[in-house]
Design a protein. Structure first.
Lengths: 119, 790
């Protein structure tokens, strides 16, 4: 349950942050959420960060591609030597997802290092 | 790592982000601009109406506001292109793309582009009318630039990962120099010098005649000139030409050209004068032109602007229409300079040592240390070629004297053309237009048609500047300029039409020396032939002639080739090729194979005739194709017909047959390496390329368009009609247009390539010419209000 809450929080807050700040604000959001809503394990942290941003970027880029009938996706996919626009959507989502995952893992480690000292 | 640029890839995270990255450049509607804009400095409210082709019609109450909004709107659609082209003009491309463009940048710096643009801006500053427009335009462009966040940047900035810099008035001036460079750098002085050294002056004159047979000048042959021309003194002794091996950078290709004509009411069906213009330039995206309509209490004008310069260059208003073709002439001369010593601080001129002026140019290179180039200025002009900028470190010093290095005031000419109501006002307006010289066709609702060859031309003695000049001698300098009223011009000629297509300006009755190696002799003869024969001309006839693909070159030479070639081959495929050529009507239709066969055969023949010119070690131009055809058909024993590498003495028949056999091989080789048939469309491959060649998916290839450089529809591989406009000067005035691109510079907008299909097919859209912001509501797709905050 908490994992789903983290994923949704990351996606929603990242969208808001990105509307005002540069793209790397998604990393701050993923980091912060993992500090605020603790994860049970590093894997869980990675998954939350990855899924939150992956799903957000997948949905947004797919929506734009659909609404614009791939007018630009096709051309840019071609520059990256990709055969189909859908590959560019997947690469976009993966790039976001990996960034989110890495930041979330950092947030998780940060929390463990400074807030969950057991000794 | 995802925020830094990796090699040729943009920073991935930043670029792929759907909220801020390239995805935001994909547009689902025609225009996503905000409907209410409040730019600083606007004096009164301005209304803008976009028609269905995304052409803005600006309604302003004063000129300053008009130009401010024009700057804002142009930047909205074309910012990347405006900046990229000014960077190119200023020799600054390496800042953006890296070392690959260093030589291109050095050439620009050495030609003195920036210095010339600065002089020109100083000249403009003396004219309040020019400055009002340029200042307001600059404010408008910058207002738009300042409003941009990363997500709003044109996609090219995101791909190349850099930021736009503020617009300046100097950039407007640079862009006009950029056009001037595109249109006036055509010269063969070095090549001519070498050819005379190799073949002797007599042979040279046969190969490169200044008035070949059969030409049809812009001013009808036999036109009399009743002015007293400026005298020019030719030095008596003229020899000892220096030897220059090669050029450090190639001179512009010869494909640039254009057509314009105007027909008087006596030759049109409606009785209205009509005007047609298509300017042939490099086919690039975004298109070099941006169409707009300007409406203020003083003017109502529609036409083509160069993004980055506010004025309408060609177009029409309520009373007149005008169109340009390039009026070639040798406008660049090279002076051989002798320095006192290696310090290059002094050079010899007229028996005295004069001081040079040195400017160190810093060329910034992306991801690398800057390159510093010292450019030495003489009173002739900057030293372009020296040991630091020649192909093989050749020891020579050539100063460049070029008309575009002068300060000029074209903007005021454009402003006054837009305002003109009749020929008297128009011919007065164009007097300020100096460079690049143009053949200006004109038509007016009052019935007048005219053509003025307008520009600032140096007075030259016959042969001056055709070869490298001696920088030591005062009598080798330009002695003055042709008085503007003595430029060739014609008003309402008896034949009922005026026309130009980059041919020779006038016959030998014109008292001034008007030479270049770049005159075109096919399109203009075809256009004049059609216009002479036709009466009751309609707009469709005008369109048909702009899209005409009949080649006089093919008509001139193919029957000769077919007569000489051996027809006895038993090979069926050879017979098929010969039959295809025999049945051909000389039209370069895109769907036919005959134009491909002819082109391969003719080019092979042409190159085998001039095998003497095939050398990389010396800069040489082959005689042009027009004269080659005349020589081939008339002089049987020319030594050039012989192929030097073979012991036999070849005749024209031998060359025709040998080249035909090579042609068969080339056709086979082409067919083996392509999946398409060898129709003209695929052999020619007309393509419209994005300014960044690496962004090939923003480009268009293999367009189904006919024509070649010799036909009025002069669509070649990379060059062609950069716009087409036809104006009917009736009441109301009507016009039809198209161009190879679209109003939007954004590859993610449907107007990026909107006109390409119609341009390719030879179709036109009717131009919406408005008088009031509230008319033609059904044709308006977007309304924009610019509010004054004062």
């Amino acid at each position: 349950m908490k994992t789903i809450l983290r994923i949704i929080s990351i996606a929603v807050l990242a969208l808001i942050a990105e509307s005002f700040l540069p793209w790397w604000s998604i990393a701050i959001v993923s980091f912060a959420i993992l500090v605020v809503i603790p994860a049970s394990s590093s894997w869980n942290a990675l998954l939350s960060g990855f899924a939150g941003i992956f799903l957000l970027w997948l949905a947004l880029s797919w929506k734009i591609d659909f609404e614009t009938a791939s007018i630009l996706t096709e051309k840019v996919a071609n520059i990256f030597q990709l055969d189909k626009p859908v590959y560019l959507i997947v690469i976009t989502a993966l790039t976001g997802g990996l960034t989110g995952a890495f930041a979330a893992w950092c947030g998780h480690s940060f929390r463990k290092a400074f807030f969950e000292t057991t000794t | 790592m995802l925020n830094t640029k990796l090699g040729s890839l943009p920073p991935l995270g930043k670029f792929l982000d759907p909220v801020n990255g390239f995805w935001q450049n994909a547009e689902s509607s025609d225009i996503q601009a905000s409907q209410h804009v409040k730019p600083k400095g606007l004096k009164q409210n301005v209304e803008v109406r976009y028609d269905q082709h995304l052409i803005p019609h600006i309604f302003a109450r004063n000129t300053s506001d008009l130009n401010l909004v024009s700057g804002y709107i142009t930047a909205y659609h074309r910012l990347w292109q405006m900046e990229f082209q000014t960077h190119d003009a200023a020799g600054r491309l390496s800042e953006i793309v890296g070392e690959v463009t260093l030589n291109r940048d050095r050439a620009k710096r050495r030609q003195g582009m920036v210095t010339a643009a600065k002089f020109t801006l100083e000249e403009w500053e003396k004219d309040p009318e020019i400055m009002e427009a340029i200042n307001a335009y600059t404010i408008g462009v910058n207002d738009y630039i300042h409003s941009l966040r990363y997500r709003d940047l044109p996609i090219e900035y995101k791909l190349l990962n850099y930021q736009p810099e503020p617009w300046t008035k100097l950039k407007c001036s640079l862009l006009l120099k950029y056009m001037a460079a595109m249109l006036t750098l055509s010269e063969s002085d070095i090549e001519n010098t070498n050819a005379v050294k190799l073949f002797g002056i007599e042979q040279f004159n046969t190969l490169f005649p200044e008035f070949p047979d059969g030409i049809d000048p812009v001013m009808p042959s036999g036109t009399q000139w009743d002015f007293k021309s400026v005298e020019v003194k030719k030095p008596v002794d003229f020899d000892s030409l220096p030897w220059v091996k090669t050029r450090a950078y190639p001179h512009p290709p010869k494909m640039l050209g254009s057509n314009n004509w105007a027909v008087s009411g006596q030759k049109t069906k409606s009785g209205n004068p009509m005007l047609a213009n298509d300017m042939h330039l490099g086919l690039n995206l975004p298109c070099i032109w941006f169409q707009m309509q300007y409406n203020t209490p003083d003017i109502n004008v529609f036409g083509h602007t160069i993004p980055g310069v506010p004025m309408i260059v060609t177009g029409f208003n309520d009373s007149i229409a005008w169109g340009f073709t390039n009026a070639y002439r040798d406008l660049v001369d090279w002076y051989k300079i002798k320095f006192r010593d290696d310090s290059r601080n002094e050079y010899l001129f007229d028996g005295k040592w004069l001081a040079t002026n040195k400017i160190v140019e810093e060329i910034k290179i992306r991801d690398k240390a800057s390159f510093y180039d010292t450019i030495v200025y003489t009173h002739h002009g900057p030293i372009v070629y020296d040991q630091n900028f020649s192909k093989d470190g050749e020891k020579l010093n050539l100063a460049m004297k070029w008309v575009a290095q002068n300060a000029t005031s074209e903007p005021i000419a454009f402003i006054n053309m837009s305002k003109a109501h009749n020929y008297k006002e128009f011919s007065q307006a164009i007097k300020d237009f100096e460079c690049p010289p143009q053949n200006m066709a004109f038509a007016c609702v009052d019935g007048d048609i005219a053509l003025n060859i307008q520009g600032k031309y140096p007075v030259k003695w016959p042969g001056q500047g055709k070869f490298i000049l001696d920088g030591l001698r005062k009598d080798h300098e330009w002695q003055g300029y042709i008085p503007v009223e003595q430029n060739p011009h014609i008003l309402n000629p008896e034949r009922g039409f005026v026309s130009s297509a980059n041919q020779i300006p006038a016959d030998q009755l014109y008292p001034y020396y008007a030479y270049t190696n770049f005159f075109e002799n096919n399109r203009n003869r075809r256009i004049n032939h059609v216009l002479r024969a036709k009466n009751d001309i309609t707009k469709q006839d005008m369109m048909d002639l702009q899209n005409d693909v009949y080649s006089l070159r093919a008509e001139d030479i193919l029957p000769f080739m077919l007569e000489k070639v051996d027809h006895t081959s038993s090979d069926q495929s050879v017979q098929d090729i010969l039959t295809t050529l025999q049945n051909w009507n000389y039209e370069f239709q895109y769907s036919e194979k005959a134009p491909s066969y002819f082109t391969i055969w003719w080019e092979t023949l042409y190159n085998s005739i001039w095998d003497e010119f095939n050398t990389d070690s010396i800069a040489l131009d082959k005689p042009n194709r027009y004269n080659t055809i005349r020589l081939l058909k008339t002089s049987k024993d020319s030594p050039f017909i012989d192929i030097r590498e073979t012991p036999e003495k070849e005749t024209a028949t031998d060359l025709v047959n040998a080249s035909f056999i090579k042609t068969l091989d080339q056709i086979k080789a082409w067919e083996n390496s392509h999946s398409e048939e060898i129709t003209w469309q695929f052999y020619k491959n007309t393509s419209i390329n994005h300014f960044m060649p690496s962004l090939s998916s923003f480009s268009y290839e293999n367009l189904a368009i006919g024509g070649n450089g010799t036909t009025p529809n002069a669509a070649t591989g990379r060059w062609g009609p950069s716009q087409r406009l036809i104006v009917d000067l009736g009441t109301p005035i009507r016009a039809w247009s198209t161009y190879p691109g679209g109003q939007s510079g954004n590859p993610g907008n449907k107007h990026y390539d909107h006109f390409i299909p119609s341009w390719t097919k030879g179709e036109y859209f009717p131009v919406l010419f408005m008088h009031h912001p509230d008319e033609a509501k059904d044709k308006i797709i977007f309304r924009q209000h610019f509010e004054s905050t004062l």
